[in-house]
Design a protein around this ligand. Sequence first.
Ligand code: GDP
Ligand code: IMO
Ligand code: MG
Length: 424
Amino acid sequence: MNCSITGLQWGDEGKGKVVDILSENSDIVVRYSGGANAGHTVVVGDTKFALHLLPSGSVRPNIICVITNGVVIDPQGLIKEIETLGEKNITMTDRLFISENAHIVLDYHKKEDQLREESLGKNKIGTTIRGIGPCYADKIGRSYAVRMADLRDLDALKAKLKSIVAYKNKIFAALYNAEPIDADEIFEKCRHYANNLLGFTIDTTEFLHKSITQGKSILFEGAQGALLDLDHGTFPFVTSSNASSLGMPAGCGVPAKVVDKFFGVVKAYSTRVGAGPFPTEQDNEIGQYIRDKGNEYGTTTGRPRRCGWFDAVAVSYTAAISSIDAIAMMHLDTLAGLKELKICRAYKINGKETTFFPANTTRLSQAECVYETTEVWDEDISTVKDFNELPANAQKYVMLIEQITGKPVTIIGVGPKRNQIIYR
Ligand code: GDP
Ligand code: IMO
Ligand code: MG
């Protein structure tokens, strides 16, 4: 069985945990989009792993991990992640495969990301400054792009970097009055990347198609969330890749029809890091309660996450574009103890009610939420293993979300650990 995991909100839904749990029955886990902007947490016993580029299957020593063409790779970060796992006696040797067609994030991408965000002032996107946008822009622009395969011919790469860096330095000086960067320094780093990563680098499309023919079970791990999708999210406050499941086929060269089951991951409420519209945001003591109880601080940047009510309009939309069969809902435990509980079931835009999410930011920023108020519960549910043992109001909350979104919630998270999970 092949499964796909997609975040249905603005990222950080708990994809790492869900991938970790479902990968127990998989042979291969594939990361197909985004880059080190992602931060996927997996908790194994008392050990917490924060994975940025390595698929979350990495923590299970028998699983093959593949990073495909759609990912933008920060080689320095990836080498460090492999080393960090090594320190915990988890080796990636012979079980990590990186696409030769994946693009590489270099220092000038991170610098450009930072300079642009600074220059935008209050209009900034609030990126992770991991160089994601500039690297994808170079990919689309083609002429100044560097891919993993370029590390195989260092002489050619040296010449290429010279011309790219000359171009970038003109931009840095003219637009930002910034210090130039040194092409030789970047080249020396690339030599180090080549030494450390070429041993893992292959044609991953060929590898995946052969694996499918052999009947291997594959898990496709999405990064970010579908509301951050470049084409279908809350543009321009999005990331620079197709974070919905629509990014999967292009991001790894495998058609979506090989996927038997598409899981969408949500939190029992909503969070967002960075700028952009967030209709159900609770910038008040309710949001603070959720932030404190759910430990809502970024895995990658440590920034406090904005928190708010569950938005069923947004999730119905992202579930539709991501062809979701079933929902995994994390953090149900975090809602215990709230004095009130609401689910957004429709928007009112210019006096008219709609249940279809307007991905146009201007219309979305005019949306007023129409809420369904549900009853609260106080009990700690972090040790509950069976849906029927949840407080009646927690059960009703889940069933109301099923009713509004039309999708079954088949996995429920009641804590960060592997065993804090309920299957239905
Ligand atoms: P991802 O980017 O979607 O993988 O999510 P992150 O790892 O960035 O953020 C999810 C956070 O929630 C992590 O700290 C997880 O350990 C934690 N987590 C996951 N599932 C649950 C859950 O059901 N309950 C609680 N309390 N924490 C959870
Ligand atoms: P995971 O995989 C949450 C957000 C950033 C910013 C916007 C653009 O852990 O769910 P970028 O650096 O991509 O150009 O930033 O996207 N963002 C995420 N938010 N989780 C993520 O990944 C994110 N990756 C990017 O905060 O608003
Ligand atoms: Mg995250």
